[in-house]
Design a protein. Sequence first.
Lengths: 707, 100
Amino acid sequence: MTPTGYFLSHLWLIPLFPLATAALMLFFGKRLPNTGVSVLCVGSVGLSFVHAAGAVLQLLTADPEHRVAQQIMFEWLTPGPMQMTGGHAIRFVADWGFLLDPLSCVMVLVVTGVGFLIHVYSIGYMGHESGYYRFFGYMNLFMFAMLTLVLANNMLLMFVGWEGVGLCSYLLIGFYFLKKSASDAGKKAFIVNRIGDAGFILGILLTAVTLGTIRFTDQGLPDSSGYSGILQSLKSAVESGALGSGSHVLTAIALLLFVGAMGKSAQIPLYVWLPDAMEGPTPVSALIHAATMVTAGVYMVVRMNAIYQLAPFALDVVAVIGAITAIFAASMALVQNDIKKILAYSTISQLGYMFLALGVGAFAAGIFHLMTHAFFKALLFLGAGSVIHAMSGEQDIRKMGGLWDKIPNTAKTFGVATLAIAGIFPFAGFFSKDEILGSSFDRYRSLWFVGFITAGLTAFYMARLFFLTFFGYCRADEHTEKHIHESPRAMIVPLMILAGLSLIGGWIGWPSALGGENRFERFLEPVLTGVLAETGAVKIVHHALAKEIFLMLGSLAVAFVGIWLAYELYSSCRIAPELVAKKWPRLYQLLLHKYYVDEIYDAAIVDRTKDLGTGLGWLDANVIDGLGVNGAGWLARFGSTLSMWWDKWIIDGLLNFSAKMMQLLSYPVRLLQTGMFSSYAMLILVGLVVLLAYYGHHVQVLLRSVR
Amino acid sequence: MLPIENYLFLSLALFIIGVIGVVTRRNVIVVLMSIELILNAVNINLAAFSRLYGDVAGQVFALFIIADAAAEAAVALGIIIAFFRNRETVLEDEMDLLKW
């Protein structure tokens, strides 16, 4: 039975609320008072959350296999003919439609829920900033794009949201655009993401020509809708034998899509933009660069899990990249001193965990970790924001310390988040991380070991951050120290709610080994079945109880070792950190400079691009301008010189020559013309005499005849 | 009645005096007066021959020439006055505007 209800038939309202207020802010925000901006923007996200929660509750009333609601608003790209790889033409269509299934349920609740809390927090955090309306306008625009991304019912609409969140990320990283480093970081994020997006769009096109559709599924639609979904097309292609597990084209699609995920979710080698993205305001780091946007890649891979399940090679690539990213980023976090940078590397590392989970086929575990990570990482960032707020903008943990008594609420919630990310029982991180480690243990022992070490590193760097910030004596200067104060209530309440979620958020996935039912994975199971029963991902695996308990104890132990080491180094100071650094100077320098990856990219790509520009500039200046433009100019001048010479000497010369000749010929005639009429009279007289002399005879004859 | 030769000699003398005046004098007014002398020499000739042959046509011609001479003198004097206003001279060797 298809579920129905007000909220399910009004799915389109969920992204519309933030869009409306975003438009309002960007067009009229300047004239609104700050209170109005807060009420409108936070209220719209709250409304979205209410609608999302209502829709999820109504969906839950249905049987597990019918929990799909799909709604097509209109045909966005109208049907057009398209040639498929098989040679026959199909009618390609993309609609503007929304899909709510268990997977998007999780995402939409995380996005609106955590998003709402962060919006509330922002009221306190951004209260003194100029551009308040601009900040909330961008944040709401981001919410719209992110909700479009998670609710889209086809790949192209998802790509619209995907690009939208990228744009908002750019705008918000560069929120303090007068700061050079901030605007540079925004550009870096945007450009690095372009590389991934190119892969994503190629993946979409390849899917379209291979399967003939980009709609995820046609479940939840009336039968007459006419176009099948990816899931159904894939199923029929597999049944007819056209495609199968390990088909090259499916592997290509999966890898191309994963390139997109690498860009958005900051995986090696495209992770470099995320640490720089910390230039943005802290709520932005919490919302976009920890809880929601960076997990879009994970969501996308899980959304396309049917294809990934038929591409084992691509899955292995995902797992290896994820594991390497996890341990590399964690090792870089060990020695950082900027509180937000540590959290940024931690985010990259945790995203690597999620991809490790996806790569070993534990899609549900990846999404589970995505959710718990959204809770505790948002909490960590917001807590860090609260600390920075208290320290008058200081971000260097070497200049903090002893804050436990001064800002107790922040400190306690931060402590909860630290325990959660370190994976201590019974905090949220424990359950999700344990799921991932358990699944990878079954698939690849080596990857499990990498994850296991990463868990220890995570516990270590988080404990180091916690001890340096909140314990010991205060290393800030006097002026700053005097100003340390607890944050306003608008900031503390979201922290407390998130702390609660970080504690109990993992309990819905309580593993069967500890007497639970793992409801979370059962909830997600319908969307993860795939098309082949035998490859059908890793089903919820039931290990031998002893092995599972052993794995849990192992990860708990390594977490405690990490925390204990950090305690010895940074709190009790029984071991001096400087001595450790001196013992392995090379390793320390390598970590401190983040493996020189930025420098390598600069040298290998950025500088080469600049060289190319310089070369092209030289080409322009010398070849195009020199030969082309100046050559043409020279030629024109030469031609005109020639024609001028011709004009002057031949045309004018002929004219002058004829005039000279006239002058010469007229010389004797001119002598007669004296201008004096007495001489003319003389000439007349002479003429008369000559005439008379000549005709005198005739005159005589005439006279004689008269007589 | 005097023989025709007397009239012709008078006419010839007047004509020669007029031609010499036209050719030699610089003052344009004197030149104009000399031209009148030439014209009158012609008139005497015409009148003499008219009397000799008893044909009145010669005298009619003389009357036409007198009228013509009056008109010519009026025009010429007008030109001379206009010229004098411009150049303040009536000497013909200074009248060389037509010369190239």
